[in-house]
Design a protein. Structure first.
Ligand code: HEC
Length: 114
């Protein structure tokens, strides 16, 4: 409804400025999915049982390969991309639903090309 009102207003005024306003108002940038809003939860759900400095059972995940913070992720970005998206060999045992994998691929793209 809000969008329709915006469109209606845009049509009434100068069409150039109306189009600009709509483009910036609509939240359509896939890179608006951020760490707190989504990625932190992804790593918590799929990785931190093994890859966390506070994990009690790492299942042989190498020491220091932890995904607790955004800085950790930045450090491991390339390997995470290879293991999760290219080879699909992490998480150990698999199990990420397709929809989460797709969203993760988008999030990773945004980290590499902000
Ligand atoms: C059940 C435990 C477990 C889970 C869950 C898990 N891993 Fe791992 N991970 C391991 C083990 C064991 C290794 C070392 C053996 C290997 O590299 O295959 C490892 C190694 C890694 C490495 C370092 C090796 C390399 O290729 O550079 C990365 C990066 C990695 N995992 C990413 C992830 C990501 C990202 C997730 C979540 C999407 C995840 N893992 C979930 C157990 C796990």
């Amino acid at each position: 409804m809000w969008l329709i009102l915006t469109l209606a207003c845009g049509a009434k005024t100068d069409s150039d400025s109306g189009a600009d306003a709509i483009a910036t108002d609509v939240d359509s940038n896939p890179c608006d999915v951020h760490w707190d809003g989504w990625a932190n939860g992804f790593f918590s759900t799929y990785c931190r049982s093994c890859h966390s400095s506070t994990s009690e059972q790492r299942h042989d995940a190498p020491m220091g390969v932890d995904f607790d913070t955004q800085a950790d992720i930045e450090m491991w970005l390339e390997r995470i991309e290879v293991r999760v998206l290219d080879e699909e060999t992490m998480p150990l045992g698999g199990g990420i639903p397709e929809i989460d994998l797709e969203r993760f691929a988008t999030w990773m793209d945004c980290q590499e090309n902000p």
